[in-house]
Design a protein around this ligand. Structure first.
Ligand SMILES: [Zn+2]
Length: 280
């Protein structure tokens, strides 16, 4: 999955430091970021590469985010940096198919933190401008003391099984043939298991039992922390599809499960594990 970057090491402890020439610097314009063009693909630019192309770059505005191995990831606004030969603006979705894989994880994780910083520039209580904390990954209000932590939304991915069958769903905006699993956000007051039971009933009209944990995944594309749960059908097996959420929900035999190419997501990892007989 996207977070599995071994032998590389994600160092998430918050120890801010000034940016160095070899660190990676992500410069954002709204939802897009400036990448270095490399052949047909793109790469995360280092500070030295950016300074060579943009001599007026103000590196003092770079915010420390985290590091992978010894390489620091920094982010700043890049509103004044125009595209030029060798540098292009790209949407964050590029990290769904990006090499090397450990920098894809670093890139989308940086996007999530920057998106949070950009969306929390002012205190929601008193309106003063928030300042980065020096001691933890947080934004603090200098006037009233409110502290904002990065936004992480818990959600569940649910594999509903019935013997050699698994329930696959297609979101209302997904193209034909692109299947996923029942999924939904954890609501206030719920455990992930409560959410799984509620979402399967709301989206497919089915009861489930014997919920158990599979794996989890930070999914920064949507600011979520995903909990993968497996359960068994309990009762009638005919799905009643909620058309405001799904366009389709159907049972697939283990031998006929459509498998996606990429295993960066927990969803595809769970579907493949069912097909291979390794779901718990
Ligand atoms: Zn305040």
């Amino acid at each position: 999955m996207i977070q599995d970057i071994f032998p590389h090491v994600f160092n998430n402890g918050y120890h801010p430091r000034p940016i160095e020439e070899g660190d990676l610097l992500l410069c954002f314009q709204g939802d897009r970021l400036l990448l270095r063009e490399v052949g047909e693909g793109s790469a995360l630019p280092s500070l030295s590469e950016l300074k060579a192309a943009y001599p007026a770059l103000n590196e003092n505005a770079a915010n420390y985010l985290f590091s992978i191995d010894k390489i620091g990831f920094f982010a700043m606004s890049g509103d004044e940096l125009a595209e030029k030969p060798g540098f292009c603006l790209r949407d964050a979705a590029i990290f769904r198919e990006f090499e090397p894989a450990h920098l894809a994880f670093g890139g989308i994780t940086a996007v999530q933190i920057w998106r949070w910083m950009e969306n929390h520039r002012f205190c929601g209580h008193c309106g003063a401008e928030l300042c980065p904390s020096q001691s933890e990954r947080a934004l603090r209000c200098p006037d009233c003391g409110l502290t904002e932590y990065p936004r992480i939304n818990p959600a569940v991915i649910v594999a509903v099984t019935d013997g050699d069958r698994i329930l696959l769903a297609r979101g209302k905006n997904s193209p034909p043939g692109r299947y996923s699993l029942i999924a939904g956000f954890v609501e206030v007051g719920e455990t992930p298991e409560d959410t799984a039971r509620r979402e399967v009933m709301e989206e497919a009209g089915l009861r489930v039992r014997k919920l158990r944990y599979f794996r989890s995944q930070p999914w920064s594309f949507s600011d979520t922390l995903l909990f993968g749960l497996v359960c068994e059908l309990d009762g009638p097996d005919e799905p009643s599809v909620n058309l405001s959420e799904l366009s389709e929900a159907a049972w697939f035999h283990r031998a006929k499960v459509p498998l996606g190419q990429s295993l960066i997501s927990l969803t595809q990892t769970m579907i493949r594990a069912f097909a291979e007989g390794t779901l718990p």
